[in-house]
Structure formats: C-alpha cells, structure tokens
Design a protein around this ligand. Structure first.
Ligand SMILES: Cc1ncc(C[n+]2csc(CCOP(=O)(O)OP(=O)(O)O)c2C)c(N)n1
Ligand SMILES: [Mg+2]
Length: 207
C-alpha cells in the first residue's frame, strides 16, 4: 500500500516527484516500510503489523483532550487483525469513547503466506469490532460510491462509539493473474507482466 501513500505525498509536494523512482532503494525517502525519519509527511513509522491502531488511538485521545475537531483514520489488514495489540487498542478506543476514530479493515482473506482462513482464521471481523464497542459497517471495498456514502454516514454519528468499516476486497483486483495470489504480496512484475497488467487495468476502468 505504501507506494500509493508516497505518490500522494509527492503530488502534494512533500518530496520531489522524481524521488518516486527510488522506491525501496538504499537512502531513499520511500522505504519498503514508511519511515518518519526519512520521509517528510509521515507522522509515524509503520510496517510492524498491529501497531498502527494503537498510534491512531493515541492521536484520537489527544484530539479529544485538546478539543480538536479532526478525525483519525486507521487502515488495517485482515491478517494484521491477528495481532493481539489490535484488540488492546480496540479496548482503549471503547474506554475513551473515541467517536473521532474511523478504522478501515481490508477484509480480503489474504496475507503474506496464504489465506487468513488457512493461517489463522479471523471469523467475523465486523462482529468482533462490534463486541469491542465499535459501531460497524460492512461494505464492498471496490464500490467507491458506497465508500463515500458510508463515510458521510459515519461522520454524522457522534455518539461516543469508535467506528469500524469492514470492506470486502480482492487483492490484486483488475489484474487476472494477480487476483487472490499471495505470491504477489510484495513482488515487482517484469516488463511483460507490467504491460499486461496495465492493459487489463485500463480496460476495466469506467470512462
Ligand atoms: C509484526 C509483523 N509481523 C510480520 C510482518 C510481515 N508481514 C508483512 S505483510 C504481512 C501480511 C499482512 O496481511 P494483511 O494484513 O491481510 O495485509 P494484505 O496482505 O492483505 O495487504 C506480513 C505477515 C510484519 N510486517 N509485521
Ligand atoms: Mg489481507
């Protein structure tokens, strides 16, 4: 996911756009895991699964304490939700009534070594977050209209409950030979694979 974050930061002028070509190289601001000491615009270093939600909870508590109106968004993977730290953070979100915290869970049933069901079944993640005091939504992660509509609804609900949007998604969506294949987790395509992938993505885009 971090190349998308880096592209956004470059487009917003945090780093020169040309640096985009140094992804994952030694000394680059764009490391394989976002590094707050190397890349302007990154507030916390991430990559160690399970830690992001704790950081987001801290930011949301600070917002409440300082009377600020900002919201905090945390993006979690379903494999990541196997980390115990996620559920410690979720308990704290409930305790501190963090309705300024919005958690997205990428429910794609895939992680680095295979399906989540094979590695460590998550069961129903929306039900789990609900049991931890969250108000939850289940949506289709490939339907932009549904995402926007849900976010509008989520933002209107100031009831002391932290929010969680569990979205179903297909990893590698739109590229036939990448869809649901764990092997593509962090692998770069060769020239031919790149050409085929771009063709298929362009073919699937709505005008
Ligand atoms: C604490 C920790 N353990 C292991 C890893 C290695 N790792 C990187 S991504 C990944 C799989 C994550 O799966 P998921 O959260 O479902 O994300 P997705 O692959 O669907 O994007 C693993 C195990 C890590 N980054 N951090
Ligand atoms: Mg996953």
């Amino acid at each position: 996911m971090c190349p998308i974050l880096y592209a956004a930061l470059a487009l917003r002028g945090f780093v020169p756009y040309e640096a985009i070509h140094t992804l994952r190289q030694y000394g680059s601001p764009f490391q394989g895991h976002p590094d707050m000491k190397k890349c302007p615009g990154i507030d916390i270093s991430t990559g160690s699964l399970g830690q992001g939600l704790s950081c987001a909870v801290g930011m949301a508590i600070a917002g409440k304490r300082d009377g600020k109106s900002y919201r905090v968004f945390a993006m979690l993977g379903d494999g990541e939700c196997q980390e115990g730290q996620i559920w410690e953070a979720a308990q704290a979100a409930n305790k501190y009534r963090l309705d300024n915290l919005i958690v997205f869970v990428d429910d794609n049933n895939l992680q680095i070594d295979g399906t989540c069901d094979e590695v460590m079944p998550n069961l129903d993640l929306a039900q789990k977050f609900e049991a931890f005091g969250f108000e939850t939504w289940r949506i289709d992660g490939h339907n932009l209209e549904e995402i926007v509509r849900t976010l509008d609804e989520v933002k209107s609900r100031k009831n002391g409950k932290p929010k969680c949007i569990v979205y179903k998604a297909v990893k590698g969506k739109g590229v036939s030979f990448m869809e649901n294949v764990a092997d593509w987790h962090g692998k770069a395509p060769n020239e031919e694979e790149y050409r085929r992938a771009m063709e298929e993505i362009a073919g699937g885009l709505k005008p």
